[in-house]
Design a protein around this ligand. Structure first.
Ligand code: GTP
Ligand code: MG
Length: 695
């Protein structure tokens, strides 16, 4: 029988989410940390497709992280769970999921490019989650790596609490080692790929720089503790153990963010980084209690074996040869293999068979998981990402992940007739794996629409659909949800009369339509005098007009923002009925709307583009071409933020265009702002397209 992985007690666990801009070296770092710790046998390589936490076919093909990945490094008796997250903001949901279950964060920043848009976005998410943090300045071995410059950007754009605890010795090809500012020793890297180093005195030429940094570090630490502060001013030697303890507390309070440096690919700096994660980062015991919903309202649970059991499923994967896997973090109680847990959100009992801890794609069987640990289990029947698992007799629901909103969409059609059902099943499975991917048939547009965080996100989701479910789809621009409205007051009659043996049908109304302001919707006014239409039939007229307005008179788009006033009419004592007046109302609507100068409205998006200064000219020129109107500009660190109103129809594939002319350095967000009258040539086009569709 294969032996089980050791069970780690809560105090010996660190849950660290690794985050940062795309391509800054996170996955290589996680791989190195696990390799140096001896928890993997081979050093993975992104370019060879062998990195520990990038193992899906899409990740290997594109050489980027797409899913969060979990691996662990056992170091000095502690299990460091590393949650490697993607840097491309198209996969931001994974970052939010990783942060939700971590107790601390390691922000990776590439020493060549410094702080980038993805660094800032993910940093803000860590702020939101209240995570204590460390920073690792990576790629110190690359040409043009610049620790000082990167550090200044960190101070300016991320946090004034950043303080180096290491400084590099050399950079680029001359990167040789680091000075540890806590021990005041130099670590000169030896050859080999295990990150071994020789401890020596600090090189002469670095001493003055190092002393300045050391002083800043010590002052920041002693400021967090009265006893240390006094000892410092008295000129006493500071107890290194006490210094570490206070530093740990300052990090947990967010008063200090220590900055490390190195190079993941050759394992340089990994050993000290592991030491410091273990010594300084919080264990689940130190994490704030979780608020959970229960039958009485709310209660708190803690990472304690005696606490009520609750685990949050933060990731689901579904691979053809492997089946469904659920990754979860235990927040309270101990979970043992073979236990049956309740999923309260889906009222399902789930048996935890083959309890395991993840190591990249691998699963290592384990007998039980302590509170705070991260596990993985196969074949849960009704459990999806974001669900809670709790004891069957103590129903609890943990707060789910804050998923980012999805605002990019594409229309799809099956490439092969008859594949529609398979596509539907596949799309639903993709959503179970990734809550930021959604899909559905939109009756107004008559299209199946997929939605996500960006074009890369959607394209890669479709690659998964093909690989896993064997179906191919074609993509199209989603039809724009145009609207119609009227621009002048008009009035007229709607009459419905039918006499075909037996009881007839009779309804007759006069209606006045007048324009309302954008977003004001529909309003009905009854000004019938003397009962020419009996009161009981008035709601039918209203209903007839309202339902007819869902198909406008120009191109069949909903006609909005108008008032209908019913001011005259007639009825028949026997033949009048609700249905007859409803039809009369809809006839009146069609007659009058045509006379009220109808126009097409187009959706206008509020777009925010964040770009380095150097691309401002191109960004503005391009927005102009897209009929954009700039609302304002703001600087944000070294970048500019442009706010503009742009018609939705001009934004198809905008993120790909933006990425291409800014070399991936800019990003945008968008949200619906309003509807505005489309220019005449667009109106003509929309009307012609609608006619062509009808024909
Ligand atoms: N020279 C050098 N190259 C590195 C280092 N770390 C990573 N790389 C290379 O940089 C590229 C990106 O590395 P990844 O580890 O995939 O970066 P990432 O941050 O995980 O990327 P995403 O997850 O896609 O955001 C790969 O080609 C790596 O081999 C390093 O320390 N030095
Ligand atoms: Mg990665």
């Amino acid at each position: 029988m294969a032996s089980s992985a050791p069970v780690t007690e809560t105090a010996d666990i660190r849950n660290v989410v690794v985050f940062g801009h795309g391509g800054c070296g996170k996955t290589s770092l996680v791989d190195s940390l696990c390799y140096v710790a001896g928890n993997t046998n081979r050093k993975g390589d992104i370019d060879k497709g062998s990195a520990l936490t990038d193992f899906t076919a899409e990740e290997i093909a594109h050489k980027i992280s797409i899913n969060l990945g979990v691996a662990h490094a056992r170091w000095n008796g502690t299990k460091v769970n590393l949650i490697d997250t993607p840097g491309y903001l198209d996969f931001f949901g994974e970052v939010m999921a990783g942060m939700r279950v971590a107790d601390s964060g390691l922000c990776v920043i590439d020493a060549v490019h410094g702080v980038e848009v993805g660094t800032e976005r993910t940093w803000a998410a860590a702020d939101f989650q209240g995570l204590p943090r460390m920073i690792f300045v990576s790629l110190m071995d690359r040409d043009n790596a610049n620790f000082q410059k990167t550090f200044q950007q960190i101070l300016k754009t991320l946090t004034a609490a950043a303080i180096p605890v290491q400084v590099p010795i050399g950079s680029g090809k001359n990167f040789k080692g680091i000075v540890n500012l806590l021990s005041m020793k130099a670590h000169l890297f030896k050859g080999g790929d295990k990150g071994n180093y020789e401890e020596t005195d600090i090189p002469e030429e670095l001493i003055s720089d190092v002393e300045t940094f050391r002083e800043q570090l010590i002052e920041a630490i002693v400021a967090a503790d009265d006893e240390l502060l006094e000892a410092y001013f008295e000129g006493e030697d500071l107890d290194p153990k006490k210094v570490l303890e206070v530093l740990g507390k300052a990090i947990r309070n967010g008063d200090v963010v220590p900055v490390f440096c190195g190079a993941g690919v050759n394992s340089w700096g990994m050993r000290t980084l592991l030491d410091k994660i273990v010594e300084l980062m919080p264990s689940p015991v130190e994490a704030a209690p979780q608020i959970v919903k229960n039958s009485d309202g709310e209660t708190e649970i803690q990472a304690d074996p005696a606490s009520a059991t609750a685990a949050l499923v933060f990731k689901t994967t579904s691979e053809p040869q492997v089946g469904d896997l659920s990754y979860f973090r235990v927040f309270g109680g101990r979970i043992t293999n073979g236990l049956t847990l309740l999923n309260p959100q889906h009222s399902a009992n789930e048996r935890i068979a083959h309890l395991a801890i993840p190591q990249g794609a691998q699963r290592l069987d384990v007998d039980s998981l302590s509170p705070g640990d991260i596990g993985v289990v196969a074949k849960l029947r009704d459990t999806h990402t974001g669900d809670t698992l709790c004891a069957t007799k103590n129903k609890l629901v943990l707060e789910s992940v804050m998923w980012p909103s999805t605002d990019i969409s594409l229309a799809i059609t099956a490439q092969t007739r008859g594949d529609e059902d398979k596509i539907g099943t596949g799309l639903a499975k993709l959503h179970e794996e990734d809550p930021t991917f959604t899909s559905g048939y939109d009756p107004e547009r008559g299209q199946t629409i997929i939605r996500g965080l960006g074009e890369i996100h959607l394209n890669i989701s479709l690659e998964k659909l093909t690989r896993k479910y064997g179906v191919n789809v074609e993509t199209h621009a989603p039809r724009i949800a145009y609207r119609e409205t009227i621009t002048k007051l008009a009035e007229g009659q709607g009459r419905h009369k039918k006499q075909s043996g037996g009881r007839g049908q009779f309804g007759d109304c006069y209606v006045r339509l007048s324009p309302l302001g954008r977003g004001e919707g529909y309003d009905f006014v009854n000004s019938i005098k003397g009962g020419v239409i009996p009161t009981k039939f008035i709601p039918a007229v209203d209903k007839g007009i309202n339902s007819a307005s869902t198909q406008g008179v120009l191109a069949g788009y909903p006609l909005v923002d108008f008032r209908a006033e019913c001011y005259d009419g007639s009825h028949h004592a026997v033949d009048s009925s609700e249905i007859a007046f409803q039809i009369a109302g809809s006839v009146a609507f069609r007659n009058v709307a045509l006379k009220a100068k109808p126009v097409i409205l187009e959706p206008i998006m509020e777009v925010e583009v964040e770009t380095p200064e150097e691309f401002m000219g191109e960004v503005m020129g391009d927005l102009n071409q897209r009929r954009g109107r700039v609302l304002g500009m703001d600087s944000k660190g070294a970048r500019q933020v442009v706010k503009a109103l742009v018609p939705q129809s001009e934004l198809y594939k905008y993120s790909a265009a933006l990425r291409s002319f800014t070399h991936g350095k800019a990003m945008h967000t968008r949200k619906l702002s309003s509807y505005e009258q489309a220019p005449p040539h667009i109106q003509e086009k929309v009307i012609a397209e609608s006619k062509a569709r009808k024909d």
